[in-house]
Design a protein around this ligand. Structure first.
Ligand SMILES: Cc1cc2nc3c(=O)[nH]c(=O)nc-3n(C[C@H](O)[C@H](O)[C@H](O)COP(=O)(O)O)c2cc1C
Length: 700
């Protein structure tokens, strides 16, 4: 594989040759645009780099125009690693032609060192040292200690975290502000932005390290400044837009705060007539906090890491337009995201995912009739609310296959976590746990099932098994599943082959070749495949499934059941549960909507097993309709996948939380005391559904 580099990037990679792989050939661009491969000049048509990487020198040595022209001309290019953190305008053209672009957030360390250096210099009155020395004055200086001070850090992404750990090392007490904390922020206290002003009055040092968003625009205005302690210090390493500069100058004139350390301004370069230049209470630097010596090496290390990821199909770090844009701004992104309704999560996922992955998640099989019908079926039922029933607040706790849950909403298994978020299923498990429920963990995940079993910790978990492997492999997986601590198994029976997904075909998208298959070693000589590493097996029957499952003592449910005879067959081979599903319309197009089939299956199963349901559930009322028809639990696939793509564990948790809140409100409005009290009397067929159109109809 050829990698196009500028000269400095080439030198950085030469020093890392051992980590690159033997088959990497560097194509070096000289500052005047010539191309060298192993010291020999090559014509542009003779090189075919798939990957390009420039160090930041390209921005300063005059070679930027030739570099950009070259990128523009290279049809072979598939990925560009940039040395810059933010989105640059020229990326748009590359992204439009399908080239992936990654940025580099490597400046948290120098920025944090800058903040510490500037605050220490102010506290120790370093400017006085030189003056006294010039006067030959033997005058010891008093200074303020950092130890025991309180630092308020607004924005606890990569930069805020790096500042916090360093301030703490000096003995400071740290308070972090973040809209959606992820729980691992290295601060003594976390507060919500709504409580910011209350904390401002406690801080000796206020550090602005939050991204510029409409919410942070003008954050530091008159009220904020008046609330600051008189002797406090304000530091801005975020963006000039966070501060109302007129208000700040007026506050500094009054000596309150006592010092502003400013590395960024609303207008840059700072105009010559700006009052900041000679204000005695201002320390100013021209955006130099990120200029540390280690940044080139860190970008090169990042590139080496991303190259390994690129080659193995794992998500790239800091990818523009992807779920996993790690770094200062991106890590802080969930701060800016406060999903109020489920549609916002879907929109955020769409914004973050490339079209191919977006289509892979949302798409169905064939003409997508079944996909559409799954949703339509919900409008074939209306509720029959009962008034003034005196019912207490609704109870929602239940269990499935022996696993206790606080809500009947669970996460359906979905393959492809590595395409959505670097935290993968770990984040799905974590998000579900935060709302007291569980995710069924699919066999196709980036991490091995042992690691995910451990991640589920004390929460019992359910593992999803596909029936695409020979019996001995299935038995071996079941053994691993039990050893990993899973409590139950969900056997997917509706996917002997992968459905015909036209969107993926049209996009030339092969999910299988892009996914990381943590559970299956690649079979020699074959590309890893969605079918589980190249295994194939004779056709599966109920009898062979019975024999395979006999090897496991874990309770299991059969997923994909749509008819009474299949429900009966599942029970007959020992299933503890039957999972009504058409795989979200992704397998047999033309299969009926799951909600239409639910009553048939529930009636067949009776008390002989538990019935789970999924397919098109997008709201609390949807889930309640399925529960009223007799489902014990209701699962969501895409809403959780979108949550994962939008904001990792936070996104999954928020998606489930919104659904759960709606579910509780719906139960209360129906006048029932909880899911146990719900039955078909809560439903009637919608007039437009026609006679018998609601599959089983209401039961009064
Ligand atoms: C991207 C994606 C991948 C899926 N992968 C699996 C899988 O590996 N095994 C499985 O049993 N079901 C899989 N499913 C189906 C889901 O478990 C579930 O049946 C379906 O998504 C429910 O419909 P919903 O997305 O409308 O909620 C997948 C669904 C999606 C959207």
């Amino acid at each position: 594989m050829q990698v196009l580099v500028n000269e400095h990037a080439g030198a950085l990679l030469d020093a890392r040759a051992a980590d690159l792989g033997d088959d990497i050939q560097l194509v070096r661009m000289t500052p005047d645009g010539r191309l060298l491969v192993e010291g020999r000049e090559r014509a542009r048509g003779d090189v075919q780099p798939e990957v390009a990487f420039a160090s930041a020198h390209v921005l300063t040595d005059g070679s930027a125009p030739v570099w950009l022209a070259l990128l523009d001309e290279l049809p072979s290019l598939r990925w560009l690693q940039s040395p810059a953190a933010g989105h640059l305008a020229f990326y748009d053209a590359l992204l439009a032609r399908g080239v992936r672009v990654t940025g580099a957030h490597v400046n948290a360390i120098p920025i944090a060192e800058y903040v510490l250096g500037a605050v220490l210099a102010d506290a120790q009155r370093v400017d006085e040292w030189g003056r006294a020395r010039a006067e030959r004055a033997w005058r010891p200086h008093q200074f303020r200690e950092i130890a025991g001070t309180t630092w308020l850090i607004v924005g606890v992404g990569a930069i805020g975290s790096a500042v916090a750990t360093r301030a703490a090392a000096f003995g400071a007490h740290t308070i972090g502000v973040r809209r959606r904390p992820i729980g691992t922020e290295p601060v003594d206290e976390m507060i919500h932005p709504d409580d910011l002003l209350g904390a401002v009055g406690r801080a000796d040092v206020v550090v602005l390290a939050a991204p510029a968003t409409p919410e942070t625009d003008g954050l530091v205005g008159e009220e904020f400044l008046a609330t600051m302690k008189p002797a406090s210090v304000l530091v801005n390493v975020a963006r000039g837009s966070l501060i109302d500069e007129t208000a700040l100058l007026a506050a500094l004139d009054r000596g309150h705060p006592s010092r502003a350390i400013l590395d960024v301004f609303a207008t840059e370069p700072l105009p010559a007539d700006s009052r900041f230049w000679d204000h005695p209470r201002v320390v100013l630097t021209p955006h130099s906090s990120a200029g540390g010596t280690g940044r080139h090496a860190r970008v090169a290390d990042l590139f080496v890491e991303n190259l390994a990821r690129f080659r193995s199909g794992r998500p790239l770090l800091h990818e523009f337009g992807s779920a996993e844009a790690v770094g200062a701004e991106a890590q802080a992104a969930p701060d800016a995201v406060d999903f109020a309704v489920a549609a916002e999560i879907e929109d955020e996922a769409r914004r973050r995912l490339g079209r191919e992955v977006w289509d892979f998640i949302g798409g169905g099989a064939g003409d997508e009739d079944t996909l559409v019908e799954n949703r339509r079926a919900f409008s074939r039922f209306s509720f029959r609310p009962r008034l003034l029933t005196g019912a207490p607040p609704p109870e929602t706790a239940t269990s499935f296959l022996g696993v206790a849950v606080a809500t009947p909403l669970l996460v359906a298994p979905f393959a492809g976590d590595s395409l959505l978020h670097a935290d993968g299923y770990r984040a799905v498990i974590e998000g579900a746990a935060r709302v007291g429920t569980v995710a069924i963990v699919p066999e196709v995940t980036a991490e091995p099932l042992e690691a995910l079993g451990r991640a589920a910790r004390e929460r019992a978990a359910i593992f999803q098994l596909s029936l695409r492997h020979p019996d001995d492999v299935l038995v071996a997986i079941l053994r691993r599943v039990a050893d990993a601590g899973f409590a139950a198994v969900c056997v997917t029976a509706d996917a002997p082959v992968v459905g015909v997904r036209r969107r993926d075909r049209g996009n030339r998208f092969s999910a299988g070749s892009r996914m990381v298959l943590g559970n299956f070693a690649p079979v020699a000589g074959q590309a890893p495949s969605f079918m589980g590493g190249g295994h194939s097996r004779p056709p599966m029957s109920w009898a062979s499934l019975r024999d395979v499952m006999a090897a496991s003592s874990l309770p299991f449910a059969v997923k994909g059941v749509l008819t009474a005879p299949d429900a009966r067959a599942a029970l007959d081979i020992g299933a503890a549960g039957v999972y009504v599903s058409n795989h979200g319309g992704r397998q047999l197009d033309g299969a009926p909507a799951t909600l239409d089939q639910l009553a048939e299956v529930v009636d067949e199963v009776g008390d002989a097993g538990e019935v789970a349901f999924d397919g098109g559930v997008r709201s609390g009322p949807d889930a309640v309709k399925a529960l009223a028809l007799g489902a014990r639990v209701v699962l969501v696939g895409r809403p959780a996948a979108w949550g994962l793509a939008a904001a990792g564990a936070d996104g999954v948790a928020r998606a489930l939380e919104i659904l759960h809140e709606e579910l509780v409100a719906t139960l209360a409005l129906l006048g029932v005391a909880g899911i146990a009290a719900l039955d078909r009397s809560a439903l009637q067929t919608h007039p437009s559904a026609g006679p018998g159109g609601a599959g089983g109809g209401p039961r009064e």
